[in-house]
Design a protein. Structure first.
Ligand code: PGA
Length: 252
């Protein structure tokens, strides 16, 4: 069964106390009206442990925004998948375009992180997406297929069952410019066909594919109504509890 899934990516926003207050607000609102989908919040590393406490006994799961591909060692400034799992994380977001753009992450590096995260018992939200230039050069299909195949290289079907793919066109992230439901649906369908060709029809049918890029309460319903869009990875709009909870309730 394909799961519906909405996750909030808080990026580099909110202090620990602000994160605790926001998570408590989201949890309270969702306890008033239970979500019909899976929900996760991805705060900064610092807020993961305090949020594990706040979100205990709620349906909301914790996600991290990144991890290293080794469990420990001389990697100054890094945090490992094992540490995240022990701190209470269920998911880790990998391959986000901001990591690719500002921190030079390649598909090969992301693949190493994906394998380590899965080995340590985390589920992965794997982000893929084309830039505006690539879209205008008609390279969207080529870029997406290449990112999906390289980032998931060597994974078994059982590994793939613990991956959610987030299609996030780079030109739509934080720009206020959302892909239209038809534009997003076209790429989601492509990803599903490609997974079927790499693995099985069953896996392709069951894998959750989120859309991300300027999703708001005002456009979530029409995006989530598309047959191959199973939810969203929400940036800016996840920083406001009321807006995020409206998005969570946008499945018809
Ligand atoms: P946005 O970010 O919703 O602010 O566009 C989405 C993301 O980067 O995951």
């Amino acid at each position: 069964m394909r799961k519906k899934f909405v996750a909030g990516n808080w990026k580099m926003n909110k202090t620990i106390s602000e994160s605790v207050a926001l998570a408590a607000d989201v949890a309270k609102r969702l306890s008033d009206a239970m979500p019909s989908c899976d929900v996760a919040l991805a705060p900064t590393f610092l807020a993961i442990e305090p949020l594990a406490e706040v979100l205990r006994n709620t349906p909301i799961k914790l996600a991290a925004q990144n991890c290293h591909f080794e469990n420990d060692g001389a990697f100054t400034g890094e945090v490992s998948a094992r540490m995240l799992k022990h701190a209470g994380c269920h998911y880790v977001i990998l391959g986000h375009s901001e990591r690719r753009q500002y921190f030079g992450e390649t598909d090969e590096l992301i693949n190493k992180k994906v394998k380590k995260a899965l080995a340590e018992g985390l589920e992965v939200i794997l982000c893929v997406g084309e830039t505006l230039e690539q879209r205008e050069n008609d390279e969207t299909k080529k870029v997406i297929v290449s990112q999906v195949s390289h980032c998931t290289a060597d994974l078994s079907i059982d590994d793939m069952k613990r991956i959610t793919i987030a299609y996030e066109p780079v030109w739509a992230i934080g720009t206020g410019q959302t892909a239209t439901p038809d534009q997003a649906e076209e790429v989601h369908r492509l990803i599903r066909f490609f997974i079927a060709s790499l693995h099985t029809d069953e896996l392709a049918n069951d894998i959750t594919i989120q859309y991300g890029g300027s999703v708001k309460a005002s456009n979530a319903k029409e995006l989530f109504a598309m047959p191959n869009i199973d939810g969203g990875l929400i940036g800016g709009a996840s920083l406001k509890a009321d807006e995020f909870v409206q998005i969570v309730h946008s499945f018809s």
